[in-house]
Design a protein around this ligand. Structure first.
Ligand SMILES: Nc1ncnc2c1ncn2[C@@H]1O[C@H](COP(=O)(O)OP(=O)(O)OP(=O)(O)O)[C@@H](O)[C@H]1O
Ligand SMILES: [Mg+2]
Length: 344
């Protein structure tokens, strides 16, 4: 293979790549690798370019043994540690013996591993709290409170509350994993949005009355239809309205509108705004609000039986519908949670 062909292949490679010749000098470097190792490295000995022992060992082994060798290269980007997996592969042909070194950014994979770890830690913690309460009360009921009818009643009440909380958490986890696994399957039912929202509000009426709130629906003409999964969309609006009632003030307005074109989905859309007049959400929380288990006030959410999974479920369901969720909020002035669903 000629140097020109090798150079154009490496230039087109989606990974940073460096060609080290048999004389151990750098013969070619593509743009990605230039960003990592700097300019002016052509013609230099690879030892003065790569510097890190693990990467040097890897290149040395490939040059010596004429076999693929792998290793690691660590660097930092904007204050963040970045790990590259390195593969050094021998190249042969027309005086071009040497090795090509590829570097693959492992950040995404590491982030995914970290997210999984955090998720498991969160689930364990959320399950452990009610479980600890339950085992504590069982012990008390068997011991000191054995003959105390009033205490027994009170403890059973709390145990019931904690068991329900665990049950809700498990239900939400199952729901989340089901929605995630179906995310690539487009829903096909025809759903009457107005009727669905009215049904949702009706099912939440006890909660709404209990909180002394009022929910008003505007703009949902009967027969306003979208393609969707009725059960899942009900879950979306339930979550949003429930949040607006729990964390909002005393008035929730739901506005349904049709738009010929919505920039966020680049086409005709139905937009549903759930507006509350509550305390609002500080800007600093907005980017993370849809993450699993993210809560502004964890204690308050748990007190109200929340699992912190509601908005994560909402986001996944709306993704499945190829739609968007947007939050606009200002501290002290209430929040608007908007769902945009494509109309075709
Ligand atoms: N309308 C709102 N106004 C103010 N804060 C809100 C609003 N909606 C959500 N939040 C905040 O976002 C957090 C995450 O909401 P999410 O629905 O995911 O969980 P949750 O309501 O705590 O639990 P669950 O939905 O399982 O009952 C809430 O704990 C709350 O702090
Ligand atoms: Mg919620």
């Amino acid at each position: 293979m000629g140097q020109d062909l090798l150079a154009s292949l490496l230039s087109a490679a989606p990974l940073p790549a460096v060609h080290v010749q048999r004389d151990e000098r750098v013969a070619f470097v593509n743009d990605g690798a230039m960003r990592l190792f700097g300019q002016g490295i052509i013609g230099r000995h690879y030892i003065t370019v790569f510097r890190q022992p693990n990467l040097l060992d890897c290149v040395e082994a490939a040059l010596r043994d004429r076999q693929v060798s792998s290793g690691q290269f660590l660097t930092s980007d904007a204050g963040r540690e970045v790990t590259y997996r390195v593969v050094a592969a021998p190249v042969e042909g027309a005086g071009q013996q040497g090795v090509v070194v590829y570097l693959e950014d492992m950040t995404h994979m590491q982030d995914a591993v970290q997210m999984r770890r955090d998720f498991i830690a969160n689930v364990s913690h959320e399950l452990k709290t009610p479980l600890t309460a339950l085992t504590g009360f069982i012990e008390t009921l068997r011991g000191p409170a054995r003959e105390d009818a009033a205490a027994r009643e009170r403890f059973l009440e709390i145990m019931d509350h904690e068991a329900r909380r665990m049950n809700r958490l498990v239900q939400d986890l199952l729901s989340l994993s089901r929605v995630e696994s179906e995310e690539r399957m487009r829903p096909t039912d025809t759903v009457d949005l107005g009727a669905l929202i009215e049904r949702t509000v009706l099912s939440l009426q006890p909660l709404i009355d209990g909180a002394g709130s009022r929910v008003e629906i505007a703009g949902a003409a009967p027969g306003f239809e979208v393609t969707g999964d009725a059960d899942q969309l009900l879950q979306v609006f339930s979550n949003l309205i429930e949040n607006a009632v729990k964390y909002g003030g005393d008035l929730v307005t739901i506005t349904v509108s049709a738009r010929d074109y919505d920039g966020s989905i680049r086409g005709p859309a139905a937009r549903i705004d759930v507006t509350d007049n509550g305390e609002g959400i500080d800007e600093l929380h907005l980017p993370r609000l849809m993450e699993r288990f993210y809560r502004i006030d964890g204690h308050r959410s748990r007190e109200m039986g929340g699992t912190g999974l509601g908005l994560a479920i909402v986001k996944h369901i709306v993704n499945r519908h190829r739609g968007r969720v947007r939050v606009e909020s200002e501290k002290g002035r209430g929040s608007v949670f908007s769902v945009v669903l494509p109309l075709i």
